[in-house]
Design a protein around this ligand. Sequence first.
Ligand SMILES: [Zn+2]
Length: 435
Amino acid sequence: MKRKLVIATLSLSLAFSTYTVSAETLSSIKEKKEQNRSEQNQTKSELKANKNQQDHTVKQIEDLESSIDKTLSQIGAKKESIKETKASIEKLKKEISVLEKRIKERDELLKERVSSMYESGGAVNYLDVLLGAKDFGDFLDRVFALNVIAEQDKAILEEHKQDKADVEMKKGQVESELTSLNKDLKALEGLNQKLTAQKKQKSSLLAQLEKEEEHLHEHIMALDEKNDLLSAQEAAIKAEIARAKKEEEERKKREAAAKAAAEAAAAKAKAEEAARKRSSNSGSSSPAPTPAPTPAPAPTPVSRDFIFPTQGIITSTFGNRSAGMHYGMDIAQRGSAVPIVAAASGTVSRAYTSSSYGNCVFITHYINGQLYTTIYAHMRTFPAVRSGQTVSQGTFLGYQGNTGASRGQHLHFELHKGPWNASKSNAVDPRPYIQ
Ligand SMILES: [Zn+2]
C-alpha cells in the first residue's frame, strides 16, 4: 500500500513536470511561427532547387532519348551493312565455284593435249604436218592452221592463268569480307548492349523524375496554411493537455475508490478471520485459513500505443528517397471504402483540404507526458471529424483516397514526436510506435 502511494506521488509529480514541458513546447511553437517566414523562404529556394533538379533530369532524359535514337539508327545501319556483306560473300562464293569449275575443265583439256603431244612426239609432229604438204599452197594452209592452234593454246593458257589468279583474289576478298562481318557483328552486339543500358538509365531517370515531382508536390504548403496549422495546433495542445489532465484526475479518483473498496474488503476479511479464530478456539478442528481476498484490480487504462490507422500494404516507408526525405509512411489498399481511423486518442487540431495533403486530418496526442502529432493525408472525401474534436483510438476519420498531390489511392501517415512544424523536424518513423 505504501508502495502504491509512492508510485501515485511519483506519477503525479511526473505528470506535473511534463505539463510544464508542454508549456515550453507552446512557447517554442510561437517561436516557430515567427521563424516561419524565414523557413518559407528556405522552402521556396528548396522548391526552386528541386525544380532545377527536375529540369536537369528532364534534360538528361531528352539527351538520352536522342542518344537512343542515334544508337537505333546505328544498329539499323550495322544490320544493313551485315546483310550486304553476307550477300557479297555469297556472290563471291558463286563466282569462285564458277571459276573453279572452269579451271578444272581446262585442266582436263590441257592434260589431254599435253599427253597427245607427248604420244605423237611433240614438236616433231609439227614438222610431219608441214612435210606432209602436197604443194606450196597446202603447205601455207598447214602453217596457218598450226599457228592458229598455237595461238589458241597460248590463249587457253593465258585464260587459265587469269582464272587461277581471280580465284585467289576472290578468296582473299571473302576472307576480308568475313573479317569485316565479324567486326560488324561484334559492333552490333555492343550497340545492343548500349541500347539496353540507355533504356535502363532512361527508366531510372523517369522514376527519379516521378519521385522528384511527388516530393515537390507533397511539400508545397503556403505560408497561410502553415500559420493556420500552427494556430490550430496551439489550441489543440491546450485542449489535449486539459483532456489528459482530466482523464488523469478521473483515473486517480477511480484508483482511490478502488483502493478504499480494497481496504474495506481487507478490514472485513480481517474481522471475519478474527471471528473464525474465536469460534475455532472453542471447537476441536481448525479449518484451513481463507486467503485474504485480492483487491479489485484498478480499471485498465485505455491503450496509449498507436494502432495502424488503415488497412493495406506499406508501399513507401519513412526515410530518404532519391529526391529527398519522405516524412511519412504510405499504406495502400484498393477499394472505394477503405476506412482510416485515429491511431490514438487525441484532439483534432485541423481537418481540412490542403492543396498538397488533399483532404487531411491533424491530431494532437498527449500520451504518458509526451506530445505527439499524427497526420492522415489524401482522403477520398472531406474528413468525418472537425477541428477541435476529441477522438478516441479507432475513431473513424475518413476513407483512403487520392486527393491533393497523390499518385494513386493511399494513406500518407505522419507521426511527429512533439508538435508539428513546417520543417517537419519532429517527424519520426511511425512503424516502431505502432502495435
Ligand atoms: Zn507519403
